[in-house]
Design a protein around this ligand. Sequence first.
Ligand code: BGC
Length: 351
Amino acid sequence: MKRRAKPIWLLGIILMLVACSPDAERESIKPEEGPPSPKEEEPIRIGFSMDTLLEERWLKDRDLFKEAVEALGAEVEIFAANGDDALQISQAERLIQSGVDVLVIVPHNAEATAAIVHKAHLAGIKVIAYDRLVKNSNLDLYVSFDNEQVGEMQAKAITELVPKGNYVIIGGAITDNNAHLLKKGVFKVLRPYIENGDINIIYDQWTKDWTPVNANANMEEALRTTNLQIDAVIAANDATAGGVIEALEAKGLAGQIPVAGQDADLAGVQRIVKGTQTMTVYKPIHMLSEEVAKLAVSMAKGENINAGQKVKNGKIEVPSVLLTPIPVNKSNLNTTVITDGFHSEEEVYQE
Ligand code: BGC
């Protein structure tokens, strides 16, 4: 019994000593099992490098993406370069240096931004292309709408109204891969009409930086060089359609020549109501921003991403998610853009 009593008081002393040691202090604040409490965990940080905030749609993208990331308990840091390639690269470098977990990028220039993907990868950061593809890079993921389908929708709507005649194509920015995909879609639909001689492409030009001013100059040139002999216009988006319609207005032709656009910008849908623009293509931005936010946070957690599609970017086949766009004209404006709350009835009809 004597021999047993000794270990009990000894054990007491040992326990007291262990309890007072610094290691024990550390132990005592650690939960015994399960994940660490959220307070101890650094929130996931997403970097968002945007081409521009000078256009209506990108303001929506910024706000909805921020909201979606924050709803998932993560943080987002946003930069916009307003069309300056060198600035977009240096802003992305700042995000990389600040140690974001994932970098999301809307490239101004599909080729130049490959440098950003490369630098992010050197720092162990994965990159998601938001809406626009980054070419010739080992991009990790691309999420967008089906841009070729946007072009097809535009051309289908216009050929239904004008199956024969002189067409003007006002393209987007040559530096943006989406502008190429749109044209591909447009020509996919127009090709048989062109081949049988029903449709004549009398003017086809890119629009530097997608600006209405540059689209307006192109349209003025088209009107001048064809002596106003134009039957239909397919413009790459609503901003360029705005520039086109201004040029038509100056010649008293607005409302007489069908014009297609894209984005369901407020000014675009107001022109549809007025009758100077024929159609637009609505892309529910909240779907895109929520999808990218969800995938970016999963990627940051190291989870596997199941992207259903693959898109070639000149170097690899990029895992991709392509959402479905919706053609909109006067007849379905209410049940799409307005029902979705993209714009209010008061704004659209200017009541
Ligand atoms: C987008 C369009 C947008 C255009 C100009 C494209 O890449 O897909 O929605 O209108 O850029 O910003």
